[in-house]
Design a protein around this ligand. Structure first.
Ligand code: SAH
Length: 242
């Protein structure tokens, strides 16, 4: 059975990289690939670079948004070459691989990779529980996209070999990426309605709150309690979808 971790590529511009990612994944026993707005897919170049990992390309899911690509996922790590203005919980590839494989034992987990040119946006990052960084030489931290996937996939393979049964003990499964997004929409509406958040001057409030709640690794029961609290405190605010 392949390792149950989804690899998500956002805004990939070079189809050759998509092929090389498929190859790296097949080498390391990963099978689930999601492509968010790939510039060119399917493509002959991707097929050539996949070097026989055609099944990974054939089953790759093309999505219009990161939210769609993360549907049903619990734990999400975002791979980034850079440190951010608003610091996010940070793990090395090795630490993150151990966490991601442990979480995957209890549900679906994902690692998200950014585009060749600009990497992950802050908005993408806000959907991640942790930021995964591959340590590099100082001052030259940006790996080729497919090579970054290769390193992470290798770490996932080693981690899943050594720690097959370390699923965290939870009463309920981790809230899914979609449930978290619905909660953030509800929370933002309530904060605006009660005048705590000024939509004309939001600063980093929502991102800070996302960091706080992502850190708590909320389960499905806890997210329902929070949604219920919002509805009780702000009954006039439409809770939105979900
Ligand atoms: N120019 C971009 C980097 C793009 S590299 C930037 O400055 O952010 C393409 C993708 O590969 C990145 O978005 C990231 O997901 C991954 N990547 C590259 N180097 C990495 C590193 N050192 N650690 C973790 N991920 C890395």
């Amino acid at each position: 059975m392949p390792i149950p971790v989804r690899i998500v590529l956002v805004d990939t511009s070079h189809p050759g990289n998509i092929g090389a990612v498929a190859r790296a994944m097949k080498n390391m026993d990963l099978a689930e690939l999601a492509l968010v707005r790939p510039q060119s897919f399917p493509s002959e170049e991707a097929r050539a670079r996949a070097a026989g990992a055609d099944d990974i390309l054939a089953s790759a899911v093309v999505c219009g948004s990161l939210e769609e690509a993360l549907a049903g996922c619990g734990f999400v790590a975002g791979a980034s070459a850079r440190l951010r203005s608003l610091p996010w919980p940070l793990m090395t590839a090795r630490e993150a691989a151990a966490k991601v494989t442990a979480e995957a034992a209890g549900g679906t987990a994902a690692v998200v990779f950014g585009s060749e040119r600009v990497g992950l946006s802050n908005e993408d990052l806000a959907r991640c529980h942790v930021l995964l960084h591959i340590p590099t030489a100082p001052g030259f931290s940006s790996l080729n996209l497919a090579m970054a996937v290769q390193v992470v996939a290798y770490e996932l393979l080693l981690a899943s070999d050594t720690a097959p049964s370390l699923a965290p003990v939870r009463e309920k499964p981790l809230a899914s990426a979609g449930e978290m997004e619905h909660f953030y929409v509800h929370l933002e509406r309530a904060l605006v309605a009660r005048g705590f958040l000024n939509p004309d001057n939001p600063r980093h409030l929502m991102r800070r709150l996302r960091r706080l709640f992502n850190r708590a690794e909320l389960d499905t029961n806890e997210i329902n309690i929070l949604r219920g609290i919002l509805s009780a405190l702000a009954p006039d605010v439409p809770p939105g979808p979900g």
